[in-house]
Design a protein around this ligand. Sequence first.
Ligand SMILES: *[C@@H]1O[C@H](CO)[C@@H](O)[C@H](O)[C@H]1NC(C)=O
Ligand SMILES: *[C@@H]1O[C@H](CO)[C@@H](O)[C@H](O)[C@H]1NC(C)=O
Length: 357
Amino acid sequence: MASSSSARSSYWLVSGLALVLGAAIVNQAEARAFFVFGDSLVDSGNNNYLTTTARADSPPYGIDYPTHRATGRFSNGFNIPDLISQQIGSESPLPYLSPELRGQKLLVGANFASAGIGILNDTGIQFINIIRMYRQLEYFHQYQQRVGALIGAGKAKRLVSQALILLTVGGNDFVNNYYLIPYSARSRQYNLPDYVKFLISEYKKLLMKLYNLGARRVLVTGTGPMGCVPAELAMRSTNGGCSAELQRAAALYNPQLECMIIEVNRKIGSDVFVAANTHRMHNDFVRNPQAYGPYNGLGLCTILSNLCPNRDLYAFWDAFHPSEKANKIIAQQILTGSAQYMKPLNLSTIMALDSRT
Ligand SMILES: *[C@@H]1O[C@H](CO)[C@@H](O)[C@H](O)[C@H]1NC(C)=O
Ligand SMILES: *[C@@H]1O[C@H](CO)[C@@H](O)[C@H](O)[C@H]1NC(C)=O
């Protein structure tokens, strides 16, 4: 992000997050663009425009959103991309399929995510018409051509290389593929450790494609504690505990994802990809609610329950997706988390580094 030299020098006099955020808001006109790729955890409404059952465009979704309307976000309020936009001092990028995404709005960025998709092309086939990862990347290319026509190819290229990107995908490759039905095609083809290896190698191809499309700062989240989401507790748990099999999957997958990211960065020679340990972030407040004050994650808003009167008391909003309160805790860790949560650096460090270049 370009900043004036006075903003730059004062940064070193008064360090700290407040100033970084303040500068971002002052420079709103030139706030960095933000792009989002992935699944329902980050979809802000693309699926509203598709013929699919994977959608969140009717009540009670959005009940705590500023408009109190369902927008397509799989949350009672803001989702993680919204909260990251707020952190970088920018408005939320529109879904790529939104007809309102044109003209100056394009410069904010775009959200390409689509609920139901996975790393693999065959994940989420039951949702029929969704935007799979390769298609999301094609749309990103198309987006760049549209922005190029608006502000010139050189500026468009810079907008992309200076942008922040969030990529959240992978959970569906387990719950909506490998474990979708007993003896699924993928589970007959691979045992779990080999399936995880296969996923990681396919994921690596996606990261390289994103890099080749000009991405230079990409937050990559791991899967959350999949075995503990209310849907899995209802379907698989015999004693009220988390599904051991899905917890095993997450335990195998997340560390390998981090290793792959570090390896890709080494190959590129730069910290382009940043691993966000969302599993640890989520587990913290599911396991240790006391540490999170009155807004604990103790009670699960189960699929059998009616709408919970105070959504801030729950870690999960629906059968799979975190509540706005949980999203806020995760977004805060992305911003300021230690190396246990953010490898090799957190978003506040990224913003400070990038504002100097
Ligand atoms: C997934 O689809 C894309 C494009 O449609 C293709 O290039 C890619 O090879 C496919 N991946 C696998 C593992 O089949
Ligand atoms: C993350 O951010 C905080 C500032 O909010 C900083 O003190 C800390 O060192 C950072 N951690 C890493 C690993 O970058």
